[in-house]
Design a protein around this ligand. Structure first.
Ligand SMILES: NC(=O)c1ccc[n+]([C@@H]2O[C@H](COP(=O)([O-])OP(=O)(O)OC[C@H]3O[C@@H](n4cnc5c(N)ncnc54)[C@H](OP(=O)(O)O)[C@@H]3O)[C@@H](O)[C@H]2O)c1
Length: 238
């Protein structure tokens, strides 16, 4: 991929899965990724070889002090928030604390990123927030996931208007083989992916590379703002 100028890209919750892939693509095209993580030492110690020189700073989206301190790592061309925490289960079993943790990671924390970092954005800069297909295809026991991801999509619209000309874009991945699903074990993951692929109009699950392309588009194309890029193989329609 080509890039006309080096960009400083802060990736919050970028210490795993899709975040690694974005950081690697950014490095390969000459950008400067910076990772923000709740436990920077642990994240730094688990980085793949290709990312070993990428700085890791403290960023906990449930802790406003760490968010405010991110100004010291600016200025930025993009602030990408990948953070996610779940509160899955039937509504009748939901715990208030888990609901708040999920909202901190995807909604309140990203809003505080906008509060503290808008003045640290270079011209043409953008916030990129991660939504997800669960918002657009709700399922039982995933209501909190649907609601927080839906809020992300509306947050991109609201912030694009309020923070202009700083941009705000949401990315909505479908099921991505990012490592997130490894807990299912080889057989469980294979079955889940086969079922998902059969139902998706794209007839496959996604890869981190699919998401990387969308994130770089959101960063580079300064006419994209206030919208959600669905990178879900059409899964929300299946
Ligand atoms: N993979 C998929 O199939 C899929 C589908 C739809 C949407 N998405 C979305 O895509 C994004 C990236 O997904 P992924 O697969 O890379 O997920 P992941 O590997 O689970 O990454 C999520 C990251 O969020 C971080 N995090 C959680 N709470 C945080 C907080 N309060 N402050 C800062 N960081 C926090 C975690 O860091 P720790 O290491 O500190 O726990 C972790 O690095 C997520 O927003 C996810 O919801 C993914």
């Amino acid at each position: 991929m080509s890039n006309t100028e080096q960009k400083r890209i802060l990736l919050i919750g970028g210490g795993s899965g899709i975040g690694h892939a974005i950081a690697q693509a950014a490095l390969e095209r000459g950008d400067q990724p910076i990772l923000g993580a709740r436990d920077p030492e642990r994240t730094a110690s688990t980085l793949p070889e290709a990312l070993r020189d990428v700085p890791v700073v403290h960023a906990d989206l449930a802790d406003e002090h760490t968010i405010a301190a991110l100004t010291e790592s600016g200025p930025f061309d993009a602030v990408v928030s990948l953070a996610a925490d779940t509160a899955n289960g039937p509504v009748s079993s939901l715990e208030r604390a888990a609901i708040h943790t999920a909202f901190d990671a995807k909604v309140a924390g990203p809003l505080l990123l906008a509060k503290h970092l808008t003045d640290s954005m270079n011209p043409g800069g953008t916030f990129v927030f991660f939504s997800g297909v669960a918002a657009f295809k709700p399922a039982p026991s995933l209501s909190v996931m649907a609601i927080v991801n839906g809020a992300v999509a509306f947050m991109a619209e609201a912030l694009a208007v309020e923070l202009a000309p700083v941009r705000a874009v949401a990315i909505s991945p479908g099921i991505i083989d990012s490592g997130l699903w490894d807990f299912m074990g080889d057989d469980g993951k294979r079955d889940f992916f086969a079922t998902t692929a059969a139902a998706n109009p794209a007839r496959r699950v996604g890869t981190p590379a699919d998401i990387v392309e969308a994130v770089l588009l959101a960063i580079d194309n300064t006419f994209i703002t206030g919208t959600t890029l669905h990178v879900d193989g059409g899964g929300r329609l299946a």
